[in-house]
Design a binder for this molecule. Structure first.
Ligand code: SAM
Length: 251
């Protein structure tokens, strides 16, 4: 039975394998995604954050260490939140165990809303975009990363065990649900084209600022061969949006 959202992260074997890969200093997250995310987030001093799909909370700890005033992390995985609680104990942080989709923080206002590699688990991103718009203060920004649409288009070869050397882009314009056989589980993800990502945020109250495709930077790689492999296929997209006024909201 395919697993939605956080469910895979609460399967212990999957979770241990995920952590093992994630904690590798040469992981794609650390070499490709995080450097651009940090760049797009920029200065954090004096800002409060909401992180959707916060995982183990380590990024929250970094933001607070760099001067963020408060960090709200949301995740629906018990395993992840256990780590996040330990990481953020005694810090200016609040954790929420909830699906991102049903989270209710309508009495809060955030300077920055971020999300790292969680939005491709969300089926109704339009509704989430509207919610994020209402949670941001008037000069607020949204910065998020996702699996690149080239990747989410099709997991057919990957699911058959063909994992290296090339990536099959297929069914690109058929957006919707995908099943990814990943680390021993069947995980549900949602594919959207690049144009659809743009439309969702532009039509729901955001003004585009920047986009990065996680182009590898040689100086971040210990191993030139790995760098060359990463230079072949884009793995992530990282977006930055600013909140536009109410007039930008589609009625
Ligand atoms: C790939 S992990 C990334 C974790 C963290 N953001 C990081 O970059 O280290 C995706 C995270 O999103 C969470 N997640 C996925 N779908 C979710 C949903 N619908 N509601 C809440 N959390 C979700 C998972 O539990 C997991 O912790």
């Amino acid at each position: 039975m395919p697993l939605n959202g956080s469910e895979a992260y609460d399967k212990d074997d999957f979770f241990q394998l995920y952590l093992q890969k994630r904690k590798n200093s040469q992981s794609p997250n650390d070499t490709l995604e995080k450097p651009y995310l940090n760049e797009l987030i920029g200065r954090v001093e004096g800002l409060n954050f909401l992180d959707l799909g916060c995982g183990d909370g380590e990024y929250g700890l970094e933001l607070l260490g760099k001067g963020a005033t408060h960090y709200h992390g949301v995740d629906n995985s018990t395993n992840m939140l256990r780590l996040a609680e330990a990481a953020l104990k005694g810090k200016d942080a609040t954790l929420h165990k909830s699906p991102i989709e049903t989270l209710n923080l309508s009495n809060h206002s955030f300077d920055r809303i971020i999300s790292r590699l969680a939005f491709h688990y969300i089926s109704d991103l339009e509704a989430l975009a509207r919610k994020i718009h209402s949670y941001l203060n008037s000069s607020g920004k949204l910065i998020f990363s996702i699996e690149h649409p080239v990747i989410t288009s099709s997991y057919k070869n990957y699911n058959k065990g063909i994992k290296r050397g090339s990536w099959e882009v297929d069914d690109y314009f058929q957006s919707g649900k995908r099943i990814n056989h990943w680390m021993g589980e069947e995980v549900v993800k949602y594919h959207r084209t690049l144009e659809e990502y743009f439309n969702i945020f532009q039509e729901n109250g955001f003004k585009f600022e920047t986009l990065k495709e996680s182009k590898p930077k040689l100086e971040l790689f210990e191993d030139k061969e790995l760098y060359e492999r990463r230079a072949r296929i884009p793995l992530f997209l990282i977006f930055k949006w600013e909140k536009a006024g109410q007039e930008a909201l589609r009625i």
